[in-house]
Design a protein around this ligand. Structure first.
Ligand SMILES: [Zn+2]
Length: 485
């Protein structure tokens, strides 16, 4: 007898490509002088150019072009000799001109790649292009008066859209890629990476295909995801939805879907437009971009040290493990903090350990980043000096550090105010040792009859009576002499 109750399911492979919109850290908009400051009163940062009034002319923001080139150079992309702006035509209330100025056939950066660290090694994810464009405004439906409003402060804000090849194979890979790219744009100083404020957001193109197949399945675009957690959940939901769809004999429709974090599902927004639906044509008001080679070279020379290079240097220069180097270069600010501590005289290895355990533990508990830390690199280095010259023990240092972290006080001030100076004076310590031995006749007898382990007990008692202030090395030395037969 055979049973076919469980039909054989096909194994599927997930194919993901990401389009990231990074808002460029320029002070003014892409084609006018309006401010890009986040959170200003609605419609206070607009002018005839970004409102699309007739007869006005856009002017390209040089800084935005420089930032795009910076990214391009950092990912080994080809910087186009000539790139061109295009009008992408569509009608939506938050787009006052009726078109968005973007780039189409001739983007400023082509190709390149990003090395992404994964659990089992690294993966090189190819990039297709990175192009400049302006952002749209923002529709507001939740002001509370039951009506819809539009805030055009964001209209015209410069964006760099970075498009990856469909090289990613799981939600975890997609998240790892996004984290790497976010770290890079922040390191490059071209984007603040703030996902909550929408300055770093992504669209995910997701499809599935039978394992081993070479052709791509129909892709669905998941729009505007602005957190790593949502990217993971949205992709996972969408992949399962597509598998269910195919398994039940239905076809995948090419469409744009939105992720609803409350319900944890993706829902159809519109069936997908093709490029021809946008009726792209070259922007007639802007000449092609032709960045001079000398300028590109100047930008290349000015590139900061990139995360990968920094990690390798930290490991070599400070003798750190690759794990430690990775943690300490996790953000540019943290890396700079660490190096500042070392420059101030902090011991490289011990400072690394201290920052990763003591400092990051306190910051994590408070949900803070290193930028908010009240302990300056200089005072942390001073704390190490106090340990090294024997003023305080490592144990007391933790107490001192917690106080420094809470109040921003200098370590010597904390030590003085709390009377935490380490006791190394032989006479003072000998008195405590005598007291301990006098108070522990039973243990002393056991020790004398061969129970060596009790040595640690005596040390512990001395530390306890001195509130941890006794110099442990000195205590050991004195106690050994005192107990010698
Ligand atoms: Zn403007």
């Amino acid at each position: 007898m055979t049973t076919s109750a469980t039909a054989t399911k096909t194994a599927y492979e997930t194919v993901i490509g990401l389009e990231v919109h990074a808002q460029l850290l320029t002070r003014s908009k892409m084609f006018c002088g309006c401010s890009t400051t986040f959170g200003s009163a609605a419609n206070t940062q607009v002018c005839p150019v970004c409102l699309g009034m007739p007869g006005v002319l856009p002017v390209v923001n040089r800084r935005a072009v420089e930032f795009a080139i910076r990214l391009g150079l950092a990912v080994n992309a080809h910087i186009a000799d000539t790139s061109r702006f295009a009008r992408k035509n569509y009608f939506y209330p938050d787009l006052p001109k009726g078109y968005q100025i973007s780039q189409y056939e001739l983007p400023i950066c082509e190709g390149g790649w990003l090395e992404v660290a994964l659990d089992g090694g690294t993966k090189r994810v190819s990039l297709i292009r990175a192009h400049l464009e302006e952002d749209a405004g923002k529709n507001l439906h939740d002001i509370g008066d039951g009506e819809s409003h539009v805030d055009l402060n964001r209209a015209g804000t410069p964006l760099l859209e970075i498009v990856s090849a469909p090289d990613l194979r799981s939600s975890d890979e997609a998240v790892a890629y996004l984290k790497t790219l976010r770290e890079l744009v922040v390191y490059l100083g071209i984007c603040d990476g703030n996902m909550e404020e929408g300055s770093f957001r992504c669209d995910a193109n997701v499809s599935i295909r039978p394992l081993g197949s070479e052709t791509y399945g129909t892709r669905v675009e998941l729009k505007n995801i602005n957190s790593f957690r949502y990217v993971k959940r949205a992709i996972e939901y969408e992949v399962q939805r597509q598998i269910d769809q195919v398994e039940s004999g239905q076809r995948i429709v090419q469409e744009t879907r939105l992720f609803d974090p409350q319900r944890g599902v993706t829902a159809s927004m519109r069936t997908k437009e093709d490029a021809h639906d946008y009726r792209y044509f070259p922007e007639p008001d802007l000449v092609p971009l032709a960045p001079p080679a000398a300028w590109i070279e100047e930008i290349r020379t000015g590139l900061p040290e990139l995360p990968e290079a920094k990690r390798a240097r930290f490991a070599a220069q400070y003798g750190l493990s690759s794990y430690d180097a990775t943690v300490l270069t996790g953000s540019r600010a943290l890396a700079e903090y660490y190096e500042a501590v070392v420059r101030q005289g902090g011991p490289a290895k011990a400072a690394a350990n201290w920052i990763m355990s003591e400092l990051l533990a306190l910051l994590n508990a408070d949900g803070l980043e290193i930028e908010a830390c009240r302990v300056t690199p200089k005072s942390l280095a001073a704390l190490f000096a106090l340990m090294e010259n024997g003023t305080i023990s490592g144990k007391i240092a933790k107490t001192v550090f917690e106080e420094m972290y809470r109040t921003g006080a200098e370590p010597d001030a904390v030590v003085a105010a709390k009377g935490l100076t380490q006791v190394s004076d032989a006479g003072e310590l000998a008195a405590v040792i005598d007291q301990v031995l006098a108070d522990s006749p039973k243990e002393l007898e056991q020790y004398r009859s061969g129970k060596d382990k009790l040595f640690g007990f005596f040390v512990g008692q001395v530390m306890k009576r001195t509130q941890g202030k006794a110099n442990p090395a000195k205590v050991n030395e004195l106690l050994k002499a005192r107990l010698a037969p």
